[in-house]
Structures are given as structure tokens and as C-alpha cells.
Design a protein around this ligand. Sequence first.
Ligand SMILES: [Ca+2]
Ligand SMILES: [Ca+2]
Length: 220
Amino acid sequence: MLKSILKYSTVLGIALVAGQAQADMLVFKANSGSGINDCSGNPEYSCEVLGPTDIPNPVSANPNDDTLSVWKEVGPLTLASDLTVNSAAGGGTIISSGTTIQSYMLQFDSPQPGAGTLEAGIEFGSEVLGLITATGLLNATDSLLGAPGIVYETFNARGLEGNDVVDFGADMFSVDVFFRTTSPGDWVRVITAAEVSEPGSLALLATALVGVGLSRRKRR
Ligand SMILES: [Ca+2]
Ligand SMILES: [Ca+2]
């Protein structure tokens, strides 16, 4: 976390020196095993992790506010064929058939006149495998990777433009974004590995196994 903060301080410093609009930083924290459920950052902007019933349906250009919205889409899903992404974590643009994944949507659409900017680090509960950032590929993967029952409208400029930056975090469990948006905003689909048991469950499982071991010993 400290590393992230330092990194953002550096980025912000560079942005200020360069005389660009000040970037506002948000950090979404992962809740292991169940994706992301917490966020913090500059009060000028906010972030919201949407539950299944909170996702606007159909998903249009709205919500047009200063909120970075993130929602869980599909998973665990075992890919029946290679999935083309704009950027795969290991290089290239393919996540291999047979990989079990989870998809998320990130969406930021500022209502400001002119372009709004937002910088964020988003941490996930499992390893990030790929990013879908181009409008065409976002639209093309909605049917496979979109949240069940949600209608995704397609827009020109839905994806990222030249001023936007999105990259894999150094820890492989996070994504760093810098969005410069006008409606319909900037949308990124993040593909992670399927979530594994959360540490709490693992700890409970370990306790349970120890319990079984003890009771077996007792029987002997
Ligand atoms: Ca943009
Ligand atoms: Ca855009």
C-alpha cells in the first residue's frame, strides 16, 4: 500500500510539474475472495462498487457523475476458446482457452464541462490477466463477459482514448488507471483469474483440518 501511495505521489508530482490538471487518486481495496468492496481517496471524486442489483439496466452512458463505478460481471467462467484482449498480463493479447476467469467493469463518466480526470488504483482479489480497453472489443465481449441479465448499450468512445492510461499494477493484483473523460466516459473491462478461497476461509479450513487430525489421533 505504501508503495502505491508513493507511486501516486510521484505521478501526481509529475502531473503538477507538467502543468496538467491535477489527477485525483482513488484506491479500491480488494476483499479477497469476493472482489473489491472498499474505496477511498480524494473527496472530490468517489468510487462505488456496485452490487448485482445496483447496476443500471440497461447500462447507458449514465451514471454521469464523478464516481468511478466498478461491478462484478461474469465468473468463475472457464474459457471455451482463446479470449482476445487489448493487453494480456504476460504480454500479447490472448488469454488462453481453458483459463478460468472473472470479469469486472470499470466505468467513469465525468459531468464536468470539458474533460474530467481521475486517477485510480484498483486492487482485485485475484491476479489480473487482461484488459479490454477498446470500444470495439468492449462491445464485442459484452455477450460473453457482461453481467448476466444486464443490457450493455454500445457507444462510440466508450473505451479509452489517447490521453487515457491503463496499466497492470506492479503486484499483478491491481490495475492503475488515468482517465480523461467526456461522455460517455471511459470504460475498461478487467479480466482476473477466478477468485480462490479467501484467507479467512482458508484459515477456517486449516482449523477444520487440524480439528479432524486431532479427533483422528484421539480415536487412536
Ligand atoms: Ca478518455
Ligand atoms: Ca472514452
